[in-house]
Design a protein around this ligand. Structure first.
Ligand SMILES: NC(=O)C1=CN([C@@H]2O[C@H](COP(=O)(O)OP(=O)(O)OC[C@H]3O[C@@H](n4cnc5c(N)ncnc54)[C@H](OP(=O)(O)O)[C@@H]3O)[C@@H](O)[C@H]2O)C=CC1
Ligand SMILES: O=C(O)[C@@H]1CCC=N1
Length: 252
């Protein structure tokens, strides 16, 4: 996620590469970005030189490392699932904290990202900067923090659910005789087309009704979708992911 945001920022010209430093404990990841863009490799001891820090590590690593990351003069922008601004502020020793929840769309400039921040983050321009950062990789939504885990459970995790649906559709295609490579491509394109139709045209229920001809093929397929409780599975997935977000953010 850190790499995706960096690429967005560079491609949109929001920052010069000379203004960006990166830290990762894996030297091959640092080398890759330094070679590709000429950004500056940084040491943890240099973190205080930064104006702002994007935290794109796993929540459990953050909870282990927060003492090393804390610098009172820095504004922090976190993409970590579950970790609230209250925990960020307490662990990092500053109230200049912004919480963001992007999704994998960031890697192609098409994330839907939720953003929120503290009063101090707003006063110091960190919140506005967080908006700019994530606008460089897609659309940004101001979401109140009490809905952040819900946004994470649906939208942050959402690409994985959609990918499983695409894979299952393609399996279905293969089951009835389509070649695998074609079935995979068709499933992906079908999801794009349906997304565009939903945005441009209609409520999902109306779209579904438009496709299903009386006594036709679609209603026969939909009957099985209902029979195998597809909707309940999707709802339960979002509920479970939201709950997991709450668990990941628990701190003492
Ligand atoms: N992937 C997604 O779709 C989304 C992810 N997020 C959030 O973004 C964050 C990053 O996710 P993602 O990019 O997928 O995770 P990754 O595990 O791919 O990236 C985290 C990076 O941090 C590195 N890292 C681990 N420990 C340290 C350390 N001690 N010092 C420096 N670097 C370290 C990891 O190295 P190594 O691989 O060696 O452990 C890895 O390169 C997570 O908090 C996640 O909740 C939010 C929305 C969507
Ligand atoms: O699975 C996760 O925890 C992260 C957060 C949202 C998407 N990936």
């Amino acid at each position: 996620m850190g790499g995706a945001v960096m690429e967005g920022v560079i491609s949109k010209g929001l920052l010069k590469t000379s203004e960006i430093g990166i830290i990762d404990h894996n030297p091959s990841i640092v080398d890759k970005w330094v070679e590709k863009y000429g950004v500056r490799p940084m040491k943890m001891s240099e973190l205080g030189q930064a104006e702002r820090v994007l935290l794109a590590l796993q929540p459990r690593h953050f909870l282990q490392l927060s003492d090393d990351l804390a610098r009172p003069s820095v504004g922090y922008i976190s993409t970590m699932a579950g970790i609230s601004t209250t925990v960020l502020a307490r662990r990092l020793g500053t109230k200049r904290v912004v919480r963001v929840m992007p999704n994998l769309g960031a890697t192609i400039g098409k994330s839907q990202s939720a953003v929120t921040g503290t009063k101090e983050a707003s006063e110091y321009g960190d919140l506005a900067f967080g908006h700019e950062l994530f606008s460089s990789v897609g659309s940004v939504y101001d979401i109140p923090e009490n809905l952040f885990n819900a946004f994470t459970g649906m939208v942050g995790s959402g690409p994985a659910y959609a990918a499983v649906f695409a894979e299952a559709l393609a399996d279905g295609g293969v089951r009835v005789g389509l070649p695998r490579s074609q079935a995979n491509e068709l499933a992906a394109k079908l999801l794009i087309t349906t997304g565009e139709l939903l945005l441009q045209k209609a409520h999902p229920a109306i779209l579904k009704d438009e496709v299903a001809s009386p006594g036709g093929t679609t209603i026969a397929g939909l009957e099985q979708i209902e029979r195998y409780t597809f909707r309940a599975a999707a709802i339960e997935a979002v509920i479970a992911a939201t709950k997991r977000g709450t668990e990941l953010g628990m701190d003492e």
